[in-house]
Design a binder for this molecule. Structure first.
Ligand code: DX5
Ligand code: ZN
Length: 225
């Protein structure tokens, strides 16, 4: 996929029907999703538990766009190969997940995937500065990870700092947590180009009635105009 900095919406299937992921992914893509965001949680790095490589591999069959896997797990390195085999396009690890995030990014790239590095709200931008040469994306969390539907935490200063450091390099800035039509303009103006949204995309819809998914994504785009 060629790099571009246009705004992309990545619905988080954390807000989908967990008994119907395949049809939920298809529905949200038909309704206009650019990427599919997959939240992997281990009940250790974050206080919640979702799914692992076999489930992600099963999702892959339904993803026609771009599969963006956000690992909220620690440790990371021994699982990288399994996520490559599952068909992950972008694999993002947290800078807080271990002592050697540089090695983790190297291993993600060596496994043939694009590599993302995520920062929690309490982590300063400086924590990723030396990692930028290895990164295809920086994920700035605007909630403390673990759950959907939390209140947006303003990280616009951090986004601006990282955007300045990136300059002309082909590195995405993704924002995750509490993104909706009110908060999306703030993060896009600060330099973000990939918007993860769970509750703001899936609210009001279902696989039987997917039109609200499209309306919700158009409302986010319209707020940026
Ligand atoms: C938070 C997850 C997010 C979450 C976002 O731990 O990483 O992707 O699903 O959900 P909303 O958009 O509802 O804040
Ligand atoms: Zn996420």
């Amino acid at each position: 996929m060629t790099f571009d900095r246009s705004v992309k919406i990545a619905p988080s299937i954390l807000s989908a029907d967990f008994a119907d992921f395949g049809r939920e992914i298809q529905a949200v893509e038909v309704q206009g999703a650019d990427w599919i965001h997959v939240d992997v949680m281990d009940g250790h790095f974050v206080p919640n538990l979702t799914f692992g490589p076999p489930a992600v591999k099963a999702f892959r069959k339904h993803v026609k766009t771009f599969m963006d896997v956000h690992l909220m797990i620690s440790p990371v390195d021994q699982y990288i190969e399994a996520y490559a085999e599952a068909g992950t396009d972008m694999l993002t690890a947290h800078v807080e997940a271990g002592a050697h995030p540089h090695r983790t990014l190297q291993a993600i790239k060596a496994a043939g995937m694009q590599a993302g590095i995520a920062l929690n709200p309490g982590t300063p931008a400086e924590a990723v500065r030396e990692l930028l040469p290895l990164a295809d994306m920086v994920l700035v969390m605007t909630v403390n990870p673990g759950f959907g539907g939390q209140k947006f935490i303003d990280m616009t200063a951090k986004i601006r700092t990282i955007r300045d450091w990136i300059g002309d390099r082909p590195i995405h800035i993704q924002v995750d947590g509490g993104v909706d039509p009110n908060t999306a303009p703030l993060v896009v103006n600060a330099g973000a180009d990939v918007l993860v949204a769970g509750s703001a995309v899936f609210r009001g819809g279902s696989v039987e009635n997917p039109a609200p998914y499209g309306e919700n994504m158009r409302a986010i785009r319209a707020a940026l105009a």
